[in-house]
Write a protein that binds this ligand. Structure first.
Ligand code: SAM
Length: 229
């Protein structure tokens, strides 16, 4: 099976991989991303790490079908246990999982991160927790982007070694995303505000604490969106 085309989301993730990189793709599922990057001649080698046997077998089969077994090593492993020093991995990609799980995977293998130049992370949710983890563990966010595909929004966070302090707004909305205020960013957060307004309307007036928590979230969104006007 040829992987000439991948999803818009994974294509955007791929666009942040530097030319000549040696990558580890954690949670590689069908190994679509490493195969695509190799077919594009973007990378020199890859490890496709997968912790579940079914997706691992599927990754092995796809890599073999594409005659890339000498360049892409598919490993059944949990998180960063998929590589060691001799693999000389300089870019780690973790996409399509919750932000908390991505942070846990990084935390569990943090001793191995010192030699890694770049992290390309695509959390499906809880991006704020992931940003907090990165900035608390000597990583700085150097770029961010937002992709919409099939009605869903996906944040992509690029981090490299360094120091960075983020405030609560930057953790929630992303320091680069909130500064750029792209149309897709505004659309995403306007939809979220609308959703919260609807939820608020259904909460009885007597539930003060619950109403106040939702109102605060709505106000935070409105302030960030107005800051871009
Ligand atoms: N990365 C692909 C993408 O973005 O399309 C696949 C995403 S899929 C939703 C998540 C994959 O990560 C699953 O195949 C799951 O088994 C795998 N996974 C979850 N936790 C993992 C871990 N700790 N180590 C390796 N793989 C993991």
């Amino acid at each position: 099976m040829q992987v000439k085309n991948i999803s818009k989301r994974l294509g955007k993730v791929a666009s942040f991989v530097p030319q000549g990189a040696k990558i580890l793709d954690v949670g590689s599922d069908h190994a679509y991303l490493p195969i695509y990057l190799m077919q594009q001649r973007r990378i020199v080698s890859a490890i496709a790490g997968e912790v579940v046997d079914g997706p691992y077998q599927s990754a092995v089969a796809n890599v073999s079908d594409n005659e890339l077994s000498d360049k892409i090593s598919v490993r059944l492993a949990n998180g960063l246990a998929a590589f060691d020093e001799k693999d000389q991995i300089d870019v780690i990609i973790i996409a399509g999982m919750g932000g908390r799980l991505i942070a846990d995977i990084l935390a569990n293998g943090s001793a191995k991160l010192a030699s890694v130049k770049r992290l390309i992370l695509q959390p499906n949710n809880r991006a704020d927790e992931l940003r907090r983890w990165l900035c608390g563990h000597d990583f700085q966010i150097i770029e961010e982007t937002l992709v919409e595909e099939n009605g869903k929004f996906y944040e992509i966070i690029i981090a490299e070694q360094g120091k960075q302090v983020l405030n609560a707004d930057q953790e929630r909305f992303g320091p680069y995303l909130m500064r750029k205020q792209s149309a897709i960013f505004q659309d995403r957060w306007q939809r979220e505000a609308d959703k919260l307004e609807k939820a608020l309307a259904k909460i009885p007036m007597k539930n003060l604490a619950e109403r106040s928590a939702i109102s605060q979230k709505i106000n935070q969104i409105k302030e960030v969106l107005h800051a871009g006007e």
